[in-house]
Write a protein that binds this ligand. Structure first.
Ligand code: SAM
Length: 282
């Protein structure tokens, strides 16, 4: 360990133990204590790498006083590592409060990078990777989920979500409704593990693949959605208010009917609205 002590944020594998970096092993061996989300789970990882550093529980429910006790150890000269069950701590995992408080109190925070499902999925999905938005887990409740999805519908960046197998179909259906059934996505499953799979296609196609093969509903998964691409010229000129009306109507009605009704409500022509709707769905 170097002479100034620190809080080390250490990434661990997301499935394949071969992805544990040499630096991560060294740090975990040399720190005074390892704060872990689930100490029993992490004990198995440490055992595999023959690391005998003591473990201490740190999770989202750890209160401020307990967090402060950990920081006090750092302030008094101990080296502490933070790990989560898998991947990079703080990425849809505990640690944010600890790191924020550590920085506020002048504690040295050192990242030890390694696996994270979001980047692992993105680098092999074949979707644009120059700009992306990581959205973590969607809320479980329908209304809250919809509220999160709607502002993303016109986001040009690749959208990345974590999802659990028991909610995947429901979430994909909600996304299909909001982003358009024709929008492309990639479902990256069991990354770095034996049954690693990438399913790609439109929402309709991927939902059909899941319906046809229950094995595709197993394990851990990342959903990557192609960013919105601005519709071409004619549709561009559709009045924003008419677009808003169309989106509402399209969520309840077939496109043809939605365009006919929106034409009566707005000043736009039915056919133009229909074309706009087609592009929107795609
Ligand atoms: N901190 C982790 C990281 O850096 O990726 C993420 C932790 S979060 C609690 C767990 C979620 O990450 C899973 O539900 C899944 O969406 C995603 N995930 C983790 N490991 C994965 C894997 N091997 N394959 C696909 N997705 C994975």
């Amino acid at each position: 360990m170097n002479n100034s002590n620190a809080l080390y944020i250490v990434a661990t594998p997301i499935g394949n133990l071969g992805d544990m970096t040499i630096r991560a092993q060294e740090v975990l061996r040399l720190v005074d204590i390892i704060a872990a989300e689930d100490t029993r789970h992490s004990a198995r990882l440490l055992q595999h790498f023959q690391i005998s550093t003591p473990l201490l529980a740190y999770h989202d429910h750890t209160n401020e006083a307990q967090t402060q006790r950990l920081l006090d150890r750092l302030i008094s000269g101990d080296n502490v590592a933070l790990i989560s069950d898998a991947g990079t701590p703080l990425i849809s995992d505990p640690g944010y409060r600890l790191v924020a408080m550590a920085r506020q109190q002048g504690v040295n925070v050192v990242p030890i990078p390694g696996a994270s499902a979001v980047i692992t999925a993105l680098c092999a999905a074949g979707l644009a990777s120059d700009r992306f938005a990581f959205e973590g887990f969607l809320p479980a409740k329908t209304g809250a989920r919809q509220q999160r999805l709607e502002p993303l519908a016109a986001d040009p960046r690749t959208l990345i979500f974590y999802e659990s197998p028991h909610r995947i179909q429901e979430s994909l259906q909600a996304m299909a409704q909001t982003f358009g059934e024709g929008r492309q996505l990639v479902l990256a499953r069991e990354l770095t593990k034996t049954f690693e799979t990438f399913l790609s296609g439109s929402f309709i196609e991927v939902l059909a693949m899941l319906e046809a093969d229950a094995n595709q509903l197993r394990g851990e998964m990342v959903v990557l959605v192609q960013g919105y691409s601005a519709p071409s010229s004619e549709a561009d000129s559709v009045d924003p208010e008419a677009q808003r009306i169309m989106r509402i109507l399209m969520s309840e009605l077939p496109l043809k009917q939605a365009a006919a009704l929106a034409a009566q409500i707005s000043t736009e022509k039915k056919n133009k609205l229909y074309q706009w709707g087609l592009q929107e769905k795609n």
